[in-house]
Ligand binder design. Structure first.
Ligand SMILES: [Zn+2]
Length: 274
């Protein structure tokens, strides 16, 4: 604890508090507003998103059919509107034009989904399941918790409190490069799946969509697919599917069948436009 505190004592007091609390007991949701405000998280997230999209080779933004962009955005925004963990955080949904079955979330409410994923799912409920899972990573502060720990904290401090624009730009670039800081735990993944069931149910969409997507991954890529959120530490896919089934069975209002409220036809029309 002392080493950590000494190391950061020259940063503003909130950051000293950061280190002290982190090294003593980790972060709790009750303490987090003392550590990083939603405004600071938004500032970081916006810089991070701009840096990601500036790398047009690795993260090419999809600028194809506007109906596809609007559809993904509207499904995502509707899901974000039913959650009440972080009602004031503005969420954005960006499509990346790459043939990867992937999606990810960064702090500040920004979610990215790849055309490779959009082309490999079959229904709006699958899309909603994936987007709700990513929304939950943000509402549950999974990325933020990683970002304010370890070496990444130095970069965060520079971005938030630095005065030299070239140092800030360098810190943003380094933060993006060290994407491994977003490596989430198995518990984070179980929790995001659980909240995905809740958010999709509250949005009037069958929560079985996330299960159908995982089933597709399991059938095609086995128990530990390295494609969807490759930086996370995922539980075995079959165990995730079982956990989602249990969560659906105990969620009030969730359809207990696998066939209603999937919105397959609607999605197939959008899929045909990608
Ligand atoms: Zn995840």
């Amino acid at each position: 604890m002392n080493r950590q505190f000494t190391r950061y004592r020259y940063f503003p007091c909130t950051v000293g508090l950061f280190s002290l609390i982190l090294s003593c007991q980790g972060i709790t949701n009750a303490l987090r507003p003392l550590l990083i405000s939603e405004d600071d998280e938004t500032k970081l997230g916006n810089s991070f998103k701009a840096q990601i999209l500036s790398d047009t080779r690795e993260y090419p933004q999809y600028n194809g059919n506007q109906a596809v962009i609007r559809f993904v955005d509207s499904v995502g925004k509707y899901l974000a509107s039913v959650q009440d963990e972080r009602p004031n955080l503005p969420f954005t949904f960006t499509i990346l034009d790459k043939d990867e079955i992937n999606a990810f979330a960064i702090p500040g409410g920004h979610i990215f989904v790849y055309t490779g994923l959009l082309r490999n799912i079959e229904s709006t409920s699958e899309l909603a399941g994936v987007l709700a899972h990513e929304i939950a990573h943000i509402t549950l502060y999974h990325g933020v918790n990683k970002m304010v720990q370890g070496e990444a904290l130095n970069l965060v401090n520079t971005i938030l409190f630095g005065s030299d624009s070239s140092s800030i730009a360098g810190a943003i670039a380094n933060l993006v490069e060290s994407l491994a800081f977003l490596k989430l735990s198995k518990n984070d993944e179980y929790d995001a799946d659980k909240y995905s069931v809740r958010y999709t149910t509250d949005a009037g969409i069958n929560p079985a969509g996330m299960k159908h997507f995982l089933k597709f991954l399991l059938d095609k890529y086995g128990e530990e697919p390295k494609i969807f959120e490759p930086l996370s530490t995922h539980p075995r896919t079959s165990e995730r599917i079982n956990a989602i089934e249990k969560e659906i069975s105990r969620t009030p209002g969730a359809p207990k069948d696998d066939t209603s409220l999937l919105y397959k036809e609607e999605y197939q029309k959008i899929k045909g436009l990608i």
